[in-house]
Design a protein around this ligand. Structure first.
Ligand code: ADP
Ligand code: MG
Length: 319
């Protein structure tokens, strides 16, 4: 007999409550806030065919569904606490659910965040997670704090996930080794939670990169009322990205999407402290430019010459 709604919740998603006062199984979860902390709350929706390919392994899908939410918490400098999972799927496929739950809960355990509830229904494959994190009152990292003269930083490498997508679509030919690495970046992003926490009180603004560097940087610039100069040659990239044609490399780096790295600003005088914070968090960071007065977003090459780029990020209703 097919697995029922409550059976599948019990089997795959219900575990004894840990930090939560009440977890999965009642009408609401009950979670006690830590005194002196504020909640940071974020929701992401993943739709098959739009946010992920039908070929993705269920375990990686479970990982990614939570990872994109943890990345938003990271961007705010929040410590992950609890999340809910809303799941629509065509049928209760045990192999799918087993893999999905394994990937999801492994990442949850790695970050000490607890699944406290959700909703499950039949329908097209859609996954929505809402995650709750905490920051000390008033210390959340936001988009609006960048100031002229600040350094512009980014974690990890840029463009890997976009390179994988282009390879999947047949627009790029890359070696098998490069494809494996790119695919892993696309399907198993590593949210920079420890880095976000380490940047509290140090970064003046932060955002996580989901829609491409230039588009997401644009959000920071508008929120902060400043401009920026980005040095193309300084953008951190995987060595194998060089296998792509130069024009495509540039698109991956600047308009990539799905990077889930942190883009942040900090006073130039705090550069050593930023490096120390990143080292403590076990993540590489690179200084990729500078915040400027005005409102313009410029990209320059190694000689300081302007590089022509389309500065828009990914937009679901415009593509
Ligand atoms: P209600 O009808 O009261 O909203 P449901 O019958 O939808 O509750 O769900 C029963 C319990 O299972 C609730 O505690 C809910 O939070 C939890 N739950 C449902 N779906 C999921 C899921 N995918 N993951 C985790 N918990 C879930
Ligand atoms: Mg319900």
């Amino acid at each position: 007999m097919a697995l029922g709604e409550f059976e599948l919740i019990d089997r795959f998603f219900r575990r004894p409550a840990r930090q939560a006062v009440v977890g999965v199984g009642d009408d609401c979860a009950v979670v006690a806030p830590t005194p002196g902390m504020q909640w940071c709350v974020t929701t992401d929706l993943l739709v098959e065919g739009r946010h992920f390919l039908p070929t993705v392994a269920p375990e990686r899908l479970g990982h990614k569904a939570l990872a994109v939410n943890l990345s938003d918490l990271a961007a705010c400098g929040a410590e992950p606490r609890a999340f809910t999972l809303a799941l629509a799927m065509p049928r209760a496929d045990e192999a799918f659910l087993e893999g999905f739950a394994r990937g999801l809960l492994a990442l949850a355990d790695a970050h000490g965040i607890e699944l406290v509830g959700g909703d499950t229904t039949a329908g097209p494959l859609v996954i929505s997670i809402t995650a709750f994190g905490e920051v000390p009152a008033g210390r959340a990292l936001l988009r609006g704090g960048a100031r002229a003269g600040d350094d512009l930083w980014v974690s990890g490498t840029l463009g890997d996930a976009r390179a994988a997508l282009e390879a999947f679509r047949g627009n790029a030919r890359i070696s098998a080794e490069a494809f494996d690495a790119a695919r892993c970046a696309m399907e198993r992003p590593q949210p920079r939670v420890a880095l976000g926490i380490a940047l509290r009180g140090l970064a003046t603004s932060a955002i996580d990169l989901s829609d491409g560097l230039l588009g997401d940087l644009g959000h920071v610039l508008r929120a902060s009322g400043v401009g920026a100069c980005v040095e193309l040659a300084a953008l951190p990239r995987s060595r194998w990205l060089g296998e792509l044609p130069p024009a495509l490399q540039r698109i991956c780096l600047l308009q990539g999407g799905d990077d889930y790295e942190l883009l942040f600003t900090a006073p130039a005088a705090r550069a050593a402290a930023v490096q120390a914070a990143a080292q403590g968090a076990g993540v590489a960071v690179a200084r990729i430019g500078r915040i400027e007065p005005g409102a313009a977003l410029r990209v320059v090459d190694a000689d300081g010459r302007a590089v022509e780029v389309a500065a828009s990020g990914f937009d679901h209703f415009r593509t």
